[in-house]
Write a protein that binds this ligand. Structure first.
Ligand SMILES: NC(=O)c1ccc[n+]([C@@H]2O[C@H](COP(=O)([O-])OP(=O)(O)OC[C@H]3O[C@@H](n4cnc5c(N)ncnc54)[C@H](O)[C@@H]3O)[C@@H](O)[C@H]2O)c1
Ligand SMILES: [Fe+2]
Length: 436
């Protein structure tokens, strides 16, 4: 076994370069009060302020709204964002955006809010049939034809990293599968990241969004190297999901170390502000990393785990309909996938486990997948994550349907360091059913 991540060596057909799209980030306690000045700097005079119903009652939305108004900006609130958005909820938000005559957008919320704001701004500026911009093969994968209005994203979960990515994810109700729209043009103009917002997060939202961060970092770190992706015909077409590269590696390693140190503390004690602040920074680091590398199979599988949900409801999340929160739908796949992926780059899997706190002194490279899987399982257990896909409602009889939904996510499936066949994917789902 040897590692395939030898960067910079000349390749015959693979890409010979990686690109870095750096987000504009302001991070610190209390920065939400700066929203008005930054909005002014971006030329905004009439703003659509996106959030969800639970957040409207919290101080963060009032703070941002007051700061925008103090800067002389017209503010119209949209609090109809659906937690875990759908094509229908994206379209409703797009209608609001198209009718409002806005020249700027501000989103205050988790990934659901930030993604909805991106989509609303896209369809308001560049109207098209909904599936045109959606990833192929589910949609037409059409390129976004021009820039969007400026968008300031203020995350309140620690968290998806959506404030640093050009991705908007939603549930396509007619196909019962999650998918997304991906374009560098969707990336917010700036991220205003205030760790104080995380202090009101319910325990289970910290656990789920924290494992989302963890998987962003581990997947980007163990993605195929950019040199193994085909060189683009036109250099401007190099995708943001370009594969592992030296830039994204830095963010992944730093995020994994913070997660090893602070994830469990942040989950179990809401008053542990040091832990929650550091989780917010880990989310930012992982967001920058996966926004320039791309996730792989755990995320690809998550889109059918979330999309095919029957009865599962998670504490701390809205209860009016069944839902597997994003981070849970991802991490229940992770131990099985990393066991499978490890032979392609065992050093990286061992190092990932070590960053997360595993003792790897006596581990052989052959054990890398198992060592990492065990570390993940012990962290999942401690944080109250469901025991595999059977604990969120699936069984052996669902493997075909789960596989079909995930196989459609080729952008993600082909970004793993190890090649994945459709049969492998079914075996992987079988491996996710129960871990302890
Ligand atoms: N665009 C991307 O790059 C990207 C990456 C990963 C995930 N996602 C998507 O993001 C969504 C998940 O986002 P999320 O995990 O951030 O959660 P979320 O936005 O779905 O919010 C989860 C719950 O937490 C509540 N909440 C949010 N902030 C709070 C706070 N500070 N205090 C109290 N309650 C708060 C919300 O009201 C909601 O009920 C999914 O749709 C997922 O697919 C997008
Ligand atoms: Fe994610």
């Amino acid at each position: 076994m040897s590692c395939c991540h030898h960067y910079y060596a000349p390749t015959e057909n693979g890409d010979n370069a990686f690109s870095v799209d750096i987000s504009s980030i302001t991070f610190g306690s209390g920065v939400l009060t700066e929203a008005g000045s930054h909005a002014q700097g971006l030329g905004m005079t009439r703003v659509a302020l996106f959030t969800d119903k639970r957040l409207t009652a919290l101080p963060c939305v009032a703070q941002v709204s007051a700061s925008l108004k103090a800067a002389g900006i017209d503010v119209v609130l949209y609090d109809e964002v659906k937690v875990e958005p759908t094509d229908q909820s994206f379209l409703a938000a797009a209608r609001f955006a198209a009718e409002g005559g806005f020249n700027g957008y501000v989103s205050v919320g988790g990934g659901s809010v930030i993604d909805t704001c991106k989509a609303a701004s896209l369809y308001a500026s560049h109207p098209a049939p909904f599936l045109d911009y959606v990833n192929a093969p589910i949609g037409a994968g059409r390129a976004v034809p021009g820039p969007l209005q400026p968008h300031i994203a203020c995350p309140t979960t620690c968290g998806t990293g959506s404030e640093c990515t050009g991705i908007a994810i939603f549930d396509l109700l007619s196909m019962q599968v999650k998918t997304g729209i991906v374009s560098k043009r969707l990336k917010p103009s700036m991220a205003l990241i205030d760790p104080l917002t995380t202090y009101s997060l319910p325990r289970n939202v910290v656990a789920s969004s924290g494992f989302d961060v963890l998987s962003h970092a581990l997947e980007s770190y163990t993605a195929r190297p950019y040199t193994r992706r085909a060189r683009p015909a036109n250099p401007t077409l190099r995708p943001s999901g370009q594969g592992a590269n030296p830039w994204s590696d830095l963010g992944c390693e730093a995020a994994l170390k913070l997660l090893g140190q602070y994830l469990q503390r942040a989950v179990s004690d809401a008053s542990d502000h040091e832990a929650r602040d550091n989780m917010m920074y880990a989310a930012t680091l992982a967001g920058i990393a996966f926004g320039n590398a791309g996730c792989h199979v755990p995320h690809g599988m998550s889109y059918s785990v979330a999309g095919l949900v029957r009865n599962f409801r998670a504490e701390g999340y809205p209860q009016h309909e069944p839902m597997v929160p994003h981070g849970m739908s991802v991490i229940v796949n992770a131990p099985a996938v990393f066991r499978f992926n490890a032979p392609a780059c065992p050093e990286r899997h061992l190092h990932g486990a070590q960053c997360l706190g595993a003792d790897v002194r006596d581990a052989a490279l052959e054990d890398a997948g198992e060592v990492l899987a065990r570390q993940l399982i012990s962290m999942m257990k401690a944080a109250g994550i469901p025991n595999g896909t059977s604990a969120v409602g699936y069984g052996e009889a669902d493997v075909d349907a789960l596989t079909a939904g995930a196989w459609a996510q080729q952008r993600l499936i082909t970004n793993a360091a190890r090649e994945v066949t459709r049969t492998d994917l079914s075996d992987l789902f079988r491996g996710t059913l129960r871990y302890w």
